[in-house]
Each structure stands twice: as structure tokens, then as C-alpha cells.
Design a protein around this ligand. Structure first.
Ligand SMILES: Nc1ncnc2c1ncn2[C@@H]1O[C@H](COP(=O)(O)OP(=O)(O)OP(=O)(O)O)[C@@H](O)[C@H]1O
Length: 230
């Protein structure tokens, strides 16, 4: 049995965050366990990226607790947090953050190098991730040669190649055509269902039905069940 079967991977408890003069999060709470695919919807500017960055341990809340695999990580220093991120978290940000001088293959491989994986394992994981995102033919291309949607799929491939325990994807479908959006969403659903990962996805899409275990909305700094406001 997996050591964290019953324990949510990530718990946000009453998390608040002010950026500039804006109180973006006002006691937001959420939990995600391995096997779960959780969607957080919200209009532009409501704080989805702020929430995603806190969930990916990229940003600390002003108050509230962040538990990762049962441990309160709010007090951890930068190097402790970056160790946890490197080992356990895949994060897809809104800007893709690809390295322009690296090929698609090299971009997806980079975190695996930093993790210290042997070359054969790196090759296997990169090939798997590129295949799952249907971008094998782009392996030798540079990011500058790709469309926005292709770059987004590369960023998702890079995050899943790490085989993270927690995958945080901030608006990962915003640049995708309908086909690619369905591909990505069903991939998240499948990876979670296979019990390999806890997936947290944000989206500005308030309409589409996603195959999520929990469908939440970020509203006025808090997270509520979508069903409760329909
Ligand atoms: N560094 C910052 N300094 C001041 N205000 C900020 C900063 N970053 C974000 N904000 C503000 O915080 C609020 C939430 O931003 P955030 O990026 O989390 O929203 P979002 O829901 O992800 O938006 P979008 O869907 O447009 O990406 C916005 O009002 C934004 O203007």
C-alpha cells in the first residue's frame, strides 16, 4: 500500500495572501489526495495563480497552514521548499518558462537531470511524456519555433516527466485548441485514476464539464464547491 494512501498530499487551511494592496486570498481551504483530480475555477484576476503558486510551494501565504504529505511546510526555508518541489511537485505555470536555447527534448529532460536520474531513465521518461502529449515530432525543435499551444504541451510534458506526487497546473488549457484541451484533461484524469498523482488544475473556464473528482470555484478569496453556487 502506498504510504500516503489515506493522507491528502496537499492541504491548504485558511490560507490568506495580500499582493500589493489586494487581499487576494481570504482564508482559502482545499485538499488534494493521490488519485484525485481537483479543478479550481475562477474569473480572471480572482487569485488562481496565487493559489496555484502557494499549492506548488512557490509562494508562502501570509497566514494559514500548508500541509504537504501531512507536514506543515509553512515554516520551511527556501532550500527545504525547493528540495520538496524538486522531488515531489510538478508545476505548470502560465508562462511555460521554457529555456529558449534548449530543444523541447532538453527542456523536458532538465528537471530529470537536476533530480540526478540516470540517462536511460531520463530517456524513457522524456519519450513517455512527449508521447502522452502527442508532441514526439517536436523533440528537436526550439521553443521559439513552436505555437503557444505547443509550448503549453511541452511545459505539461516537463511537469509529468518528473512523475510528481502533486501536479499543479495553472490554466494549462488556456492556449489549447479543443482537441488538445481534451487530451490534457483526460491525461490528468487518467494519471490521477492510476493512483500516481494528485492533480490540481486551475481554469478561467466556468462552463465546461471536466471529469474532476471535485469541482471548486475561487470566489472572493475563498474556495467553494461549484455545485453550491449553481
Ligand atoms: N506582484 C503583485 N503585486 C500586486 N498585485 C498583484 C501581484 N500579483 C498579482 N496581483 C493581483 O492579485 C490578484 C490576483 O492575481 P492572480 O494572478 O492570482 O489572478 P488569476 O485569477 O490567476 O488571474 P488570471 O486568470 O488573469 O491569470 C489580481 O488582482 C492581480 O492584479
Amino acid at each position: 500500500m502506498s504510504p500516503w494512501t489515506d493522507e491528502p498530499v496537499l492541504v491548504l487551511e485558511g490560507v490568506s495572501k495580500t499582493l500589493g494592496n489586494t487581499r487576494v486570498l481570504k482564508g482559502a481551504s482545499l485538499s488534494v489526495a493521490v488519485g484525485e483530480f481537483v479543478v479550481v475555477r475562477g474569473k480572471s484576476g480572482v487569485g488562481k495563480s496565487t493559489l496555484a503558486r502557494i499549492a506548488a510551494l512557490m509562494l508562502k501565504p501570509d497566514s494559514g497552514r500548508v500541509l504537504f504529505r501531512g507536514v506543515d511546510v509553512t515554516g520551511l526555508g527556501d532550500s527545504g521548499l525547493s528540495q520538496v518541489r524538486l522531488k515531489y511537485i510538478g508545476y505548470v505555470d502560465q508562462f511555460f518558462s521554457l529555456i529558449d536555447s534548449y530543444t523541447v527534448y532538453e527542456n523536458v529532460e532538465l528537471p530529470l537531470r537536476i533530480m540526478g536520474l540516470p540517462e536511460k531513465e531520463r530517456r524513457r521518461r522524456v519519450a513517455d511524456a512527449l508521447r502522452l502529449l502527442e508532441i514526439e515530432e517536436l523533440a528537436g525543435s526550439l521553443p521559439g519555433e513552436l505555437s503557444g499551444g505547443q509550448r503549453q504541451r511541452v511545459a505539461i510534458a516537463r511537469a509529468i516527466a518528473k512523475r510528481p506526487v502533486l501536479l499543479v497546473a495553472d490554466e494549462p488549457t488556456s492556449n489549447l485548441d479543443n482537441y488538445s484541451e481534451a487530451l490534457v484533461v483526460s491525461l490528468f484524469r487518467r494519471l490521477a485514476a492510476e493512483g500516481r498523482v494528485a492533480v490540481l488544475m486551475t481554469t478561467t473556464d466556468l462552463v465546461t464539464d471536466f471529469p474532476a473528482d471535485r469541482d471548486m470555484v475561487l470566489l472572493d478569496g475563498r474556495i467553494v464547491e461549484r455545485a453550491a453556487i449553481r
